[in-house]
Design a protein around this ligand. Structure first.
Ligand SMILES: Cc1cc2nc3c(=O)[nH]c(=O)nc-3n(C[C@H](O)[C@H](O)[C@H](O)COP(=O)(O)OP(=O)(O)OC[C@H]3O[C@@H](n4cnc5c(N)ncnc54)[C@H](O)[C@@H]3O)c2cc1C
Length: 379
């Protein structure tokens, strides 16, 4: 076993950290306050390879893997969780199903433009009536000659209004639940694709979240990704990667909380000494650090197993469960360590606390991660 990152991985981590510190951190609060989608940051991130981390070099991508993506996402999310989720969705949910299941034609058509950030991807599984129970989805895709006609509604789609393509899951047969679902690459300028208004959210406010509707949206048969009626497998295997992305996002938020807490506890003086001298504060910092390191080990392991293409369903769920609960623990403790200052918008920890909350909800709630883990160990 080797717990050290390779020289290459350390360089990628350092590049992402420098980029996050220099370009993202100075504008993060303002973007979040105004709910501004981070277009400008994506333009700057793309030349570093961050929009196409998993895309093979032959299609213009960085040709790296999930461990490298995780390292980059941790650093980006340390500065801004809205920019972090934008890039997580672009890489894990947007490009990855095309890389794994796409035809040569689909790869050539979409991946090079996704790598440059010109084309943003989104992923549409959730509907008003189905979230955790994703296989109960009701959107339909009816075959009509050499086309499919999509109808239905998808809820809370991250960057659904900013994307050029959306990976959409819809029912192509009457077969029950997971059996009748297919996956499509839908170009968002197709007539009948309608993006609704932006949701007004608690956190990650610079990431856009919208409802999308399909109103007799006619796509060519070539838009089918993978085989007909085998789409649910694509949805789930894509989410395994997405969960590693959200675990990385959680670690980034947790690290930001710890850094802010260390700084503040050394500066803030009460009872004649910096509050870092009090054991109650030290214990909080020690617990935060320990949980962050445990989250990293689980997340790196899940990412490495995904890179090796071995079963990582359990690993991805454990990584997300541990990391997202760690982010929320660290955010709560960071606000507590800051006292009244932590409750104000003058300090970043209130943003971290609002941002952390989503990590336990999207790409499978904490309860669903526990369910997946229990199913795996009970057999
Ligand atoms: C900001 C944001 C961005 C999102 N982005 C996307 C996106 O890009 N694409 C997309 O497809 N979806 C997206 N989602 C949807 C997200 O994945 C769902 O919200 C999530 O899966 C939970 O589904 P739900 O909200 O319907 O909750 P529900 O499934 O209704 O769950 C409600 C509660 O019941 C619990 N629960 C449900 N079933 C069980 C069970 N069997 N055992 C124990 N507890 C259970 C849940 O854990 C939760 O606590 C996004 C959501 C948000 C808020």
């Amino acid at each position: 076993m080797d717990f050290e990152l390779s020289e290459e991985m350390r360089m990628i981590q350092e590049t992402a950290r420098n980029f996050a510190d220099k370009e993202i951190a100075p504008v993060a609060s303002e973007l979040e306050r105004n709910g501004t989608f981070p277009h400008e940051l994506l333009k700057k991130a793309a030349p570093l390879g961050f929009c196409g981390m998993l895309i093979p070099e032959e299609y213009g991508g960085a040709g790296l893997g999930n461990l490298a993506l995780s390292l980059v996402l941790i650093e980006i999310n340390r500065a801004c969780a809205s920019t972090g989720v934008t890039l997580s969705v672009q890489n894990s949910l947007g490009t990855s199903p095309i890389i794994k299941y796409g035809t040569e034609e689909q790869k050539k058509k979409y991946l090079p433009r996704m790598a440059t950030g010109e084309l943003i991807g989104a992923y549409a599984l959730t509907e008003p009536g189905c979230g955790s129970d994703a296989a109960a989805l009701t959107a339909t895709a009816r075959k009509d000659g050499d086309h499919y006609v999509l109808n239905g509604v998808k809820s809370w789609i991250t960057q659904g209004d900013e994307a050029g393509i959306v990976i959409v899951y819809a029912r192509t047969s009457d077969a029950p639940k997971a059996k009748g679902i297919s996956c499509f690459i839908v170009e968002t300028d197709t007539p009948g694709f309608v993006a609704g208004k932006k949701e007004d959210k608690l956190g990650i406010r610079a990431s856009s979240t919208v409802e999308i509707r399909f109103e007799d949206c006619k796509v060519p048969a070539s838009a089918l990704l993978g085989e007909e009626n085998k789409g649910f497998k694509i949805a789930m295997s894509t989410l395994d990667g997405g969960r590693i992305g959200i675990a990385s996002q959680s670690i980034g938020i947790a690290e930001a909380c710890l850094e802010a807490s260390i700084k503040y506890s050394k500066e803030r003086v009460q009872f004649g000494k910096p509050i870092a001298h009090f054991q109650a504060i030290q214990w909080k910092l020690a617990e935060m650090k320990t949980r962050i390191e445990a989250s990293k080990l689980l997340t790196y392991k899940a990412a490495m197993k995904r890179d090796l293409d071995v079963d990582h369903v359990l690993d991805a769920s454990m990584a997300k469960l541990m990391s997202s609960t760690t982010a929320n623990f660290c955010a709560r403790e960071a606000v507590q360590i800051h006292g009244g200052a932590g409750y104000l918008k003058d300090f970043p920890v209130e943003r971290y606390m609002r941002d952390a909350r989503i990590t336990e909800i999207y790409e499978g709630t904490t309860e669903i991660q526990r369910l997946v883990i229990a199913r795996n160990i009970l057999g």
